[in-house]
Design a protein around this ligand. Sequence first.
Ligand SMILES: *Cc1c(COP(=O)(O)O)cnc(C)c1O
Ligand code: SF4
Length: 370
Amino acid sequence: MIVYYSVPEEKSCQFDPRGLRAISSTDRMLSLSDRRPPVRPADIDSYGSQGWQEDLRDAFRDPYELCEHLGLPQEVADSAAAEEFQLLAPRPFVARMRHGDASDPLLLQVLPRRDERLDAQLPIDAVGDLPAQRADGLIHKYSGRALLMVSGHCAVNCRYCFRRHFPYGSLPQGDAAWLPALDQIRRDTSLREVILSGGDPLVIGDDRFCRLVSQLSAIPHLQSLRIHTRLPVVIPKRITEQLIQTLTDSRLQAVIVLHINHANEIDDSVADAVGRLRSTTAIVLNQSVLLRGINDSVPALVELSEQIIKVGALPYYLHQLDMVPGVTHFEADRAVGQKLIAELRKRLPGYAVPRFVVEEAGEPHKTLLA
Ligand SMILES: *Cc1c(COP(=O)(O)O)cnc(C)c1O
Ligand code: SF4
């Protein structure tokens, strides 16, 4: 058995010491007294000029502009909902929406609507993430694996997101932001896997991503590196040569978990991106959220699974919606989800049926519903 204890030295991929600073005791961990500031264009200015970064800069941020682009009346969007949680929809994703259809399953995932303001009394931290923080941005709930919030930004703002209220704005910036989490991961030898999440871990540039992966690869007790991302779907160009090289060079087993909720999200460019990911030794999986009016039907879920298999990924989880203010109109009954899964089992190969789960605060794993 070969055991690799250090990563090959690679100049372009070394942790950036210029960003290092002492982490003072006044640096706070995430807390819900912070509000997530809207993503302003200025935040995007620091992004480089690779094609995918331009797509991120050019994404729709104005709901009325998006409506106009799709030939829809302005009234289908709601500006107050957009103020609460900004619209962010990259053009490659918008290109897969149907013109003139206000019920398009992709549009409904991103368009701020009036329905969002009806349920403000729910708790904001639905799944107990904040008490499970072990270091800034490091959430350790389950045995052997911890989740690192790599970035506070996403490439798309999903209206149903349980982290839509998360105080990402309070996450420190730069490579130095990861130091306390990396220290904690080094200290905790029970960890086997680090899950890069966010925000979206792939919104950071290739050099920073490479530096993070090489830091993690050098931690001997880690075996795998999981990446939860929506970028291969919303901006397929994000899967660059350098990213593929980083994944290929790491000694860690990569597990990429895509996030696709509807078959219409998958086109040839997405198939290509997944193909590039599969050209590494990565395992590619998909997770979805059960969303009323978007994918809560047998045909929608069958087609979704079939398309996921077609691009060479496997359905992993179908999540029951995590309830936070602004999302309840997307909720489907658990019983509906259970029936849907029972129907999928009759129609699809076993490997094409996702596990229907819900996250319950304080439990040692996600709760299996079907
Ligand atoms: C969902 C989740 C995981 C991963 O759980 P798996 O069942 O292994 O996919 C890990 N950490 C946190 C905090 C999570 O929410
Ligand atoms: S990409 Fe993920 S974290 Fe970001 S808004 Fe969508 S569901 Fe939430």
